[in-house]
Design a protein around this ligand. Structure first.
Ligand code: ADP
Length: 320
């Protein structure tokens, strides 16, 4: 089963003609409230695909918290690990202008109160999870505790968003570390400029993760893994997701083809991709197979507006 440990936010969105400058008040359209946050998004995405999914998160004892728990339950997520109280539910205040440019203020609220102690108390959830997927919209010390609490044979999937440098202990546990271009550059630092995505994938792998996935929007993704000769021979049949684009003695970089779709809104594509990949890994898929499936889920998600509203069912992915 899949356990997501992460954030849950209410996204409060107002369309405006022009985003306000300092000291200015502008009138906007009607407020829209959407369930969001990377943790909740991933949990909903996986559950909608058919995965048995639980979420460990914290919301406030308020209307936004109830809205989030409702939307998770409707999607079929096990919410026994969604803790309530300690601070108001995390909120993103979003203004969007007609060109689609936005200004966002995030109040982490209860997400910032998801503690290492909460992780230790969720021992039962962790023990029954094959794959644990997390992100960085919760305190880093909580992510460290997730790493330390992984069950024997448990696998960690980390999307370091919002990106920041990571301790070696966390990097070493990632299998895979999943980054987009921006996250890759922040984690690699200034030296990433001028490098190709293949270079980022190799250099990220050299920082300690067991495997790395770099997502490239409409260009699909890259998978980088360290391979032993035996694994290389076993996998010779290929995963059917494209050829190797780099050899090297023990690092293999594989390109994952994207699916051509009419993209209308890429919000949540990365969350859908990560959730799908984490779930498939738990069912025994290879990383390349899981990434190939995830690319189809990400592609389906960009054909509809919104984040959670845009996530496909398993049948919709098959139809793509
Ligand atoms: P993020 O949302 O984190 O920036 P990406 O934009 O790289 O992540 O999207 C994640 C995945 O979703 C991509 O690797 C790809 O598989 C899929 N995807 C995203 N945008 C498109 C698109 N325009 N067409 C097809 N697939 C896409």
């Amino acid at each position: 089963d899949l356990l997501v440990v992460g954030s849950a936010n209410a996204d409060l969105v107002i369309g405006v003609e022009r985003r306000p400058a300092a000291g200015e008040t502008v009138l906007g359209g009607d407020l829209a409230v959407h369930p969001g946050g990377k943790g909740a998004n991933q949990a909903v995405a996986a559950a909608r695909l058919g995965a048995a999914t639980a979420l460990l998160a914290r919301v406030g004892d308020d209307g936004h918290g109830r809205l989030l728990i409702d939307s998770l339950r409707t999607a079929g997520v096990d919410t026994a690990g969604v803790l309530v109280g300690g601070a108001p539910t995390g909120v993103a205040l979003i203004t969007v202008d007609p060109s689609g440019d936005n200004s966002i203020v995030v109040s982490p609220g209860a997400n910032g109160r998801l503690t290492p102690e909460d992780v230790r108390a969720a021992d039962g959830l962790l023990r029954t999870s094959r794959v644990v997927s997390t992100q960085l919209e919760i305190p880093l010390e909580t992510v460290v505790e997730v790493v330390r609490s992984l069950p024997e044979g448990g696998r960690l999937v980390l999307n370091p968003s919002p990106p920041r440098p990571l301790p070696a202990e966390v990097l070493a546990a990632c299998d895979p570390l999943i980054v987009n271009e921006h996250e890759a550059k922040v984690i690699l630092g200034d030296s990433a400029a001028g490098d190709t995505p293949e270079d980022w994938a190799r250099r990220l792998l050299a920082e300690g993760p067991r495997s790395v996935v770099v997502t490239l929007g409409a260009e699909g993704a890259l998978v980088a893994e360290t391979r032993t000769e035996t694994e290389r021979r076993t996998d010779e049949s290929g995963a059917g997701v494209g050829g190797a684009v780099g050899g090297g003695v023990d690092v293999e970089v594989t390109r994952v083809a994207s699916v051509r779709v009419d993209a209308v809104d890429t919000t949540g594509a990365g969350d859908a991709f990560t959730a799908a990949l984490a779930w498939r890994l738990g069912t025994g898929a290879t990383l390349a197979e899981a990434a190939g499936y995830a690319a189809r889920v990400g592609a389906a998600a960009v054909t509809r507006r919104g984040a959670q509203e845009s996530f496909p069912t398993g049948a919709e992915v098959e139809a793509l």
